[in-house]
Design a protein around this ligand. Structure first.
Ligand SMILES: [Zn+2]
Length: 466
C-alpha cells in the first residue's frame, strides 16, 4: 500500500501551505494558507482549489499563522464537508486570526475590485467544523488514515502531523513550521520517530540565527541608542508569537533596569487578543520552567510601561505622546494595518528606528524596507525613508539551517526513527535547495525539493514522482 502526496502550495516558496495526502480510501488536507507577497493576498489565491474539495475527509491545521490557515474558509464555499482537526490553542488563535482577516480581505476586495475570498459566514461555518485533538492522541480521521500530532515549538499550539495508512503502517509526517529552540516559554520541538518520509519546512534553511543571548543584547543596545536619539521605535510584528516574545523580553529588560522606562504601545487589537490566548493556555502548554516563572512573576507578557490600545481612539492618542516611545503593531510585513499608518508618519524622520524581527516575503513593503529602499509605497502614498532600519535575525520563530538539520537527523534510523526520504518545502528555492543538499551531504539521506502541483507516491522504502 502507499500514500500519495501532492504539494498544492508552499513548494519552492514560504507561504500558502497546502498539501493533500491520499490513502487507498481517505483524503486528508494539511493546512490551507494564503500566499503573501507584494499584496496581502496574491491574486492566485482567488482561483478555485485544484482538487475536488467535497471529497476531502479532513483538514489538519499545523498552526494558526495566516500562511497556514488564511484560505481555509474558502473551502466552505467550495463544498467542503469534512471535519477539521487541530490543538486547543490553535483553534482559539485561528478564530481571532480569521475574524480579523475577513475584514482586511473585504477592504482589499473593495480597493482592487476583486470578489470576496470568503465571508464572515464562511468563517463561522468553518470554525464550527473544528474538533480539538491533543498532542500524542492517535485518531482515524479519514477512512483508513490516522493522524498523530507532535509539538514543534514554533508558536503556541503548533504541531507536526504524522499520517499513517492503517492497512500497513506506511507513514508520512509534515512538519508545518519548526521552532527556533530553546524558546523562553514554548516547549522544544519533538523528534519524528515513526515516519517513512518527512516533509519539512526550510524558511531559514540557508541561514544561521543569532545566539539567544546576543539577540537580547542587540535589542537592549538598539533600544538604548534609539531612546538616546529621542525618536520613535517602530516594530512591525506578527500578532502571534513574535509579539509575545518581544513583550516577554521587554518585560524582563525593564524589570532588570537594562533599558530605559519608555512607554511601549501594543497597537494591535489582534495581537492583544492573541496575547490573551497565550495567557489562557500558558499553564497547560508552556514548558515547565516557564510555568514556574509564571507563578513567580504572575505575568510573562505584561509590565507597567505597556499600554494596550485596542480602539482606534486609543491608537490615535499615541501620536500625541512625547518621544521617545516604542510602537508595536501589525501587519508583520507592513502590508497596511496600523503599522502602515505609523510608518507613513515616522519613517521620513531620521530619529526613527524601524526594527524588523520576522520573515519578510519578497516584494512585500517590509522586504523593501529591509533591503534599504529609499522610498516605499505604503497605503497608496510614496514615503521617503530616512529612518534607521535594523534587522534582528535571531528573533525568528523558525529553526535555522543547523536547527533544521538537527530536526532531520532526529528522524533517521540511527537516531531511533525510520525516515528514509525527505521533502523540503515551505522555503524560498535557494533556501530549500541548500537544506536538501545538506541533508544529502551530511546525513546521507535522499531529499527532494518538490515543485508546485507535483505528486509523489510514498511507500515504506521509496518515493516516486508521479
Ligand atoms: Zn508559522
Amino acid at each position: 500500500m502507499s500514500l500519495r502526496l501532492t504539494c498544492y502550495g508552499a513548494a519552492e516558496t514560504v507561504t500558502g501551505s497546502n498539501f493533500l495526502v491520499e490513502g487507498p480510501k481517505g483524503k486528508i488536507l494539511i493546512d490551507c494558507g494564503i500566499e503573501q507577497g507584494r499584496d496581502f493576498v496574491e491574486s492566485e489565491m482567488y482561483k478555485p482549489f485544484a482538487y475536488d474539495v467535497p471529497s476531502i475527509d479532513a483538514l489538519v491545521i499545523t498552526h494558526a499563522h495566516l500562511d497556514h490557515i488564511g484560505r481555509a474558509p474558502k473551502l466552505i464555499n467550495e463544498g467542503f464537508k469534512g471535519r477539521v482537526f487541530t490543538t486547543a490553542p490553535t483553534r482559539d488563535l485561528t478564530e481571532i486570526m480569521l475574524r480579523d482577516t475577513v475584514k482586511i480581505l473585504a477592504e482589499t476586495a473593495r480597493e482592487h475590485g476583486l470578489p470576496l475570498l470568503y465571508t464572515d459566514d464562511d468563517v463561522t461555518k468553518f470554525l464550527e467544523k473544528i474538533e480539538v485533538i491533543a498532542y500524542h492522541e492517535e485518531k482515524e480521521v479519514a477512512p483508513g488514515l490516522s493522524i498523530f500530532l507532535r509539538q514543534t515549538g514554533h508558536i503556541l499550539g503548533s504541531a507536526s502531523v504524522r499520517i499513517k495508512d492503517l492497512s500497513d503502517d506506511t507513514s508520512l509526517a509534515l512538519t508545518g513550521d519548526i521552532g527556533n529552540m530553546p524558546s523562553p516559554y514554548l516547549p522544544d520541538w519533538e523528534a519524528i520517530t515513526d515516519a517513512d518520509a518527512v516533509l519539512m519546512e526550510s524558511v531559514y534553511g540557508d541561514r544561521v540565527n543569532a545566539d539567544k543571548e546576543d539577540r537580547v543584547a542587540l535589542l537592549r543596545d538598539t533600544i538604548k541608542k534609539s531612546v538616546a536619539r529621542g525618536g520613535v521605535i517602530l516594530i512591525p510584528a506578527f500578532s502571534i508569537e513574535r509579539t509575545q516574545l518581544m513583550l516577554y523580553e521587554f518585560s524582563k529588560l525593564m524589570e532588570e533596569g537594562e533599558i530605559p522606562h519608555v512607554p511601549v504601545y501594543l497597537d494591535s487589537p489582534l495581537a492583544i487578543k492573541a496575547t490573551e490566548v497565550y495567557e489562557k493556555w500558558g499553564s497547560e502548554f508552556f514548558k515547565s520552567a516557564a510555568e514556574e516563572e509564571l507563578h513567580r512573576r504572575h505575568d510573562l507578557f505584561k509590565f507597567p510601561f505597556l499600554m494596550e490600545t485596542p480602539s482606534r481612539q486609543d491608537s490615535e492618542e499615541i501620536a500625541k505622546a512625547p518621544n521617545p516611545k516604542i510602537i508595536m503593531a501589525g501587519a508583520g510585513m507592513s502590508h497596511g494595518g496600523r503599522i502602515g499608518h505609523w510608518e507613513q508618519k515616522y519613517l521620513p524622520d531620521p530619529t526613527t528606528t524601524l526594527i524588523i524581527v520576522g520573515y519578510q516575503a519578497p516584494g512585500s513593503p517590509g522586504r523593501l524596507l529591509q533591503d534599504g529602499a529609499p522610498h516605499v509605497r505604503l497605503g497608496g502614498v510614496d514615503v521617503r525613508v530616512r529612518a534607521k532600519i535594523e534587522t534582528f535575525v535571531g528573533w525568528s520563530a523558525h529553526a535555522d539551517r543547523d536547527g533544521l538539520l538537527d530536526f532531520a537527523k532526529a528522524a533517521l534510523p540511527e537516531s531511533g526513527g525510520r525516515t528514509k526520504n525527505f521533502f523540503v518545502a515551505l522555503g524560498e528555492p535557494s533556501s530549500a535547495r541548500f537544506l536538501a543538499q545538506r541533508i544529502h551531504d551530511y546525513l546521507g539521506t535522499n531529499a527532494i525539493v518538490p515543485t508546485q502541483g507535483e505528486s509523489f507516491e510514498i511507500t515504506k522504502d521509496k518515493i516516486k514522482r508521479l
